[in-house]
Write a protein that binds this ligand. Structure first.
Ligand code: GLN
Length: 382
């Protein structure tokens, strides 16, 4: 019996991250594919979770999120961008970045609406848009610089353009849109009813002295944006699945109508623990240096290899070009590296809808230094 089941997502399979991690595990390979740290979070944070549980924070949190966590987030935006976010009207705690993205898209995208995304794009955007009947309008950006032609983007915006999605800093390219580019986008959208979803889950992982650039700090964009962030990347706790969405009151009201029937509320003790942990922002401010050292370890280590290193301004991903080594397509080459050389990466082509082959692999450097040294040793021999 097939129950007359017609797939709502006929072209979607298992995500590349799950696939490559499974292959890495099966092959006992070093896993530099899926983006998650192989080191522990701060034991102090774990202790705070235990304390919150002991204190009895074990029942439903408020639907919009625990007050102390919302207050801590408001304080962060005030301190870093000097912007006042309203903790009651504009901020909702979510079960991670992906749920926030899903809910924002579900909130505003209707059949036939157009949504502009930039490829390579994080894998959840397009299927979610399509699930709600929207039409994906991809802007293809190519290695090595993945530059956006804003004049071209302007030609794509029309009355049907409901939403534009940006991811800044960008997974997988490692590019950071600077203030000037964001202001340009703000100017493009002036006078339109197009909304923006700004996926900022790597907000604080920026290098070489560059400052974080949330659209919260760009008034022309902030007023039409869902700003989405995640504690998984910030606190090395990808398994905790806690994030948030900031949007103007009207958008937040609609967002919460969907959110309340999607997850209702998010796990309580972690929210209290994170709130207390973030009462001092020095941890957040130290994150760029922490990851910059890891980026440099990998980048410098590969200098004498046959891989060409692409620029990496932010996120915890470095892209490496293997065109001097093999003519194999990206997915095949990534599998071959996992099976024969015991190192797993992500093919860049996984982030494009149409077939591409730029001979580039994404390598996650959110790993212990010893893991990165091992990776360098393997990659240098290829
Ligand atoms: N964000 C992670 C990455 O880009 C993966 C998350 C997931 O597996 N869905 O690797």
């Amino acid at each position: 019996m097939n129950f007359n089941l017609t797939s709502k997502l006929p072209h979607v399979g298992t995500t590349i991250f799950t696939k490559m991690t499974m292959l890495a595990n099966a092959q006992q390979a070093l896993n530099l594919s899926q983006g998650f740290p192989d080191f522990e979070t701060d034991p102090k944070l774990v202790e705070l979770v235990a304390k919150a549980m002991e204190k009895g924070y074990n029942q439903y949190a408020p639907m919009i999120g625990a007050q102390p966590l919302r207050d801590a987030i408001v304080k962060k935006y005030k301190e870093i961008y000097n912007v006042e976010v309203d903790a009651t009207e504009e901020l909702t705690i979510t079960a991670g970045g992906t749920q926030a993205i899903f809910t924002a898209i579900a909130t505003v995208v209707r059949p036939q609406d157009e949504v502009i995304i930039f490829e390579p794009a994080y894998d959840c955007y397009a299927p979610t848009i399509e699930l709600f009947g929207g039409k994906v309008v991809p802007v293809r950006l190519l290695a090595p610089d993945f530059q956006i032609d804003w004049d071209y983007v302007a030609t794509l915006i029309n009355a049907k353009t409901r939403l534009i999605i940006i991811n800044n800093p960008n997974n997988p390219t490692g590019k950071v849109l600077d203030r000037e580019e964001l202001i340009k986008l703000g100017t493009l959208l002036e006078g339109t009813s197009t909304l923006l979803l700004s996926d900022e889950v790597y907000e604080h992982i920026v290098f070489d002295g560059v400052l974080p650039q949330s659209v919260i700090g760009i008034p022309t964009l902030c007023k039409r944006s869902f700003v989405i962030a995640s504690f998984g990347k910030l606190l090395h706790t990808t398994g905790w699945k806690i994030g948030y969405c900031i949007a103007p009151a009207l958008l937040t009201q609609e967002f919460r109508k969907v959110h309340q029937f999607n997850v209702f509320s998010v796990n309580t003790p972690m929210q209290f623990a994170i709130a207390e942990y973030l009462s001092d922002l020095s941890y957040v401010k130290g994150l760029p240096a922490f990851f910059e050292q890891k980026r440099n370890l990998l980048k410098d280590g590969l200098e004498e290899s046959r891989f060409k290193i692409l620029p990496c301004e932010g996120t915890y991903f470095l892209n490496i070009d293997y065109s001097a080594i093999s003519e194999e397509k990206e997915f095949e080459f990534a599998c071959l590296l996992t099976e024969q050389h015991k190192i797993a990466t992500i093919p860049l082509s996984a982030f494009y809808k149409e077939v591409t082959n730029q001979q580039v692999l994404r390598v996650c450097f959110a790993k212990k230094d010893e893991t990165l040294w091992k990776a360098v040793e393997i990659l240098k021999k290829i």
